[in-house]
Design a protein around this ligand. Sequence first.
Ligand code: F3S
Length: 651
Amino acid sequence: MGQTLTEKILDDHLVEGELETGEEIGIEIDQVLTQDTTGTLVWLQFEALDMDEVQTEVAAQYCDHQTYQFDFKNTDDHRFLRSAAGTFGAHYSRPGNGICHNVHKENFAAPGKTMLGSDSHTPTPGGLGELAIGSGGLDVAVAMGGGPYYIEMPEIVSVRLEGELPDWATAKDVILEMLRRFSVKGGVGKIFEYTGPGVETLTVPERTTITNMGTELGATTSIFPTDEETKDWLSRLGREDEYAELKPDDDAEYDDEIVIDLSDLEPLIAKPSMPDNVVPVREVAGEKVDQVILGSCTNGGYEDILPAAKMLEGRTIDRKTDLIVAPGSKQASEMLAREGWVAEMMAAGVNFSEATCGACIGIGHVPASDSVSLRTFNRNFEGRSGIEDDSVYLCSPEVATAAALKGEIVDPRDLADELGDMDAPGIEIGEKYGTSADDPDLIAPDEAVDDDLIKGPNIGDVPLKDELESELAGPALLKMQDNITTDHIIPATQDILMYRSNIPKLSEFTLSRVDDSFAQRALDADGGFLVAGENYGQGSSREHAALCPMFLGVEGVLAQSFARIHKANLFNFGLLPLEIDADDYEKIEQGDDIEVVDDVSEAVRSGQEEFTVRVNNDWELTATLDASERERRILADGGKLSHTKKQAESG
Ligand code: F3S
């Protein structure tokens, strides 16, 4: 039987296990990526593991989430990250150089490689045939030290693209259509492999918009085959020698197949406040818009902003609507500037901003209270924009720009009819891209300026957890609903995330958006459990969302289901993730006494799947631990750091 493209890459990198759905496999990692909010911990963990040199082909540290310097903390972190990259042998991308996925795509992503990144949108380079997976930072630290990455072999689903996108429908509409059909849980345990004749009609930047936002489906990753488009895109970057032709075999068998006819698509929009709340733009046309932002790792490339610039040329935006453009990389900004598009956009009324994550995580350009903001980003979780009562819509650059011109949501096809002289802009790739060779903002390991770690006062040690105990009991500290995100657990706003390297301080903010007395109650209880509905921990890969509850003494989470990366992070920090059914979830009340009846340490080590949980010494439920043998050893040893150290000590 032939192989899928995913199987071919995994086979090439397999160090443990068999490529059978549901089996745990270990794969070798070629490239790692980390960014500034997760990177400090990655390097502190790398140091704590007594590693002294990066072992992967490429390791890159980007500074993109916290680039604004409000006081010394972000700058201290960036200096630490530069020193860590220099000391251990990684590339260092300076603040302002761009968003990790954009800069990585432009400089390092290559067909057939594997990549692990401590950011949930790591799958972005799947658009050029790289198998890239988001994970917690500790997994990245271990992979960077040469260790394999372990994962349960996902189902491989073919997304067969047919036809060609009509005018004004875009790659963003392809992924919004996927979200409309399958929801934010539709990709859990799956890899989406794009196939079919429609693939060749999409450019590499269009493909990476789709693979980037596969994360919102909960997918492990998404990937496209490579072809002349890929080759052409790499040659524009001076990287044609990194091209390799990659395709599935003709007789490859997939676990499932989805068909999307591109020619049937129309402009779509995700309404507040979930990326899967998708409707045709025409359904919400007429809604007044206060703010529009173009950018992010989904639609921040030169090829994303160019169509907007063309639509704006010779026009001005509505007087009541602000339009901010924040490209995904300095390279994109530079190309737009060299070709005169920045001046055109400014003349139209654009506020041209730094290449950074910024507004995507509520840092800068926070919307006014009770206002509507249209963004080309990938997430619109409630409060993520920096204000609780936000109303954020997600759409393509074309839909966003049409709204900025009209001052209200409008299907760009209708605006084009109304204006009479606005053609669908399409994408024309500019003549020349910059290359990493002469990029002063990307410092290669052999150009490093530091050879020792520089730690400022806001950078502390990583807390370690003791071995799992035999008896686990404590109160249900907090009961939460479905789809709790890592943003709920540890918000990524500047006032909070500036403590990302200072765990005791950061922990004070744990789940504060759900219940601001939680952290103190957890500390006072000295142990206890979180209770949640479906898909607990969806969203960003932020391992602080497991580390901070661990620091506060939380012992485990009882949830109906877990998001993949967060569940791995719970193992990595020694927290017991138990699945419970919907009826039991309904019955548990916040404050109930929870006791795991089994000898927990013994049961975890011996592979026991079902645990008896006694509530209020009154009734019992059965909870399930779905974990591989390796995850069980990690959990029992008190988390991955303690486990890896123990392994190293025992030789
Ligand atoms: Fe940055 Fe937002 Fe992407 S925070 S990495 S632009 S999802």
